[in-house]
Design a protein around this ligand. Structure first.
Ligand code: 3PG
Length: 205
């Protein structure tokens, strides 16, 4: 199985798709793909999130579609059935880490403390989501643990935007940043897909 970061290739942002309908999700993902992005994350926070993953995979087959906000084994099973290419979790427990290490697609477990980084490493994970990044110490936290957890790399999310993403991406132990800022809810409501494309181009530049 490829590592999470190798699956993302040169992409340094992981944009979140939060759609009310599968077709809306396809339009958001299409706008992200138009910015030359090859991977997006659909969060399981709306009723039709699983159907959205399936619809994006069917209509935009070249795009890698991840499932975010995955919390337990039943959600892992459901997103794999829906066609997800990878999994992102907001937090970690031993049970969830065990399930992720047994699953058939790459996973990015979420951590928010040094102890949780250590726990995730004990299950073999060296690429982790740091969430909620801004609230849990931001880039200075990631910098301060870099010498302790050599070889562990992070994709921080939570409170990241165009104005602070470079603080994270300049760190050698950060391979990407994620978030919702590239697909503003107002743009989605207004069908302003080009604005999403432009924000993704700016973010990934
Ligand atoms: C996530 O699930 O990673 C967060 O919701 C992203 O947080 P943001 O909305 O502050 O970008």
């Amino acid at each position: 199985m490829p590592t999470f970061s190798s699956m993302m290739g040169n992409q340094t942002i992981l944009p979140i798709v939060q759609a009310n309908t599968p077709q809306e999700g396809v339009e958001i993902a299409r706008a992200m793909q138009a910015a030359n992005l090859t991977a997006v994350e659909v969060v399981l926070r709306t009723e039709q999130a699983l159907a959205t993953i399936t619809a994006i995979k069917q209509q935009l087959p070249d795009l890698k579609v991840g499932a975010g906000t995955v919390l337990d084994q039943s959600m892992i099973d459901a997103v794999i059935k829906a066609g997800a290419d990878f999994i992102v979790t907001p937090a970690s427990t031993p049970a969830l880490l065990k399930a992720l290490s047994d699953c058939s697609i790459p996973a990015l477990p979420g951590v928010a403390s040094a102890s949780e980084v250590l726990m995730a490493r004990e299950f073999g994970f060296k690429e982790l989501k740091f969430f909620p990044a801004e609230q849990k110490g931001g880039a200075p936290f990631i910098k301060s643990i870099s010498s302790v957890f050599a070889g562990t790399k992070f994709c921080p999310t939570g409170g990241i935007h165009a104005g602070n993403k470079a603080d994270y991406l300049n760190l050698p132990n950060v391979f990407a940043v994620g978030g919702t800022w590239m697909a503003n809810a107002e743009w989605i409501k207004a069908g302003e897909w080009q604005k999403i494309t432009d924000a993704c181009i700016e973010a990934n530049g």
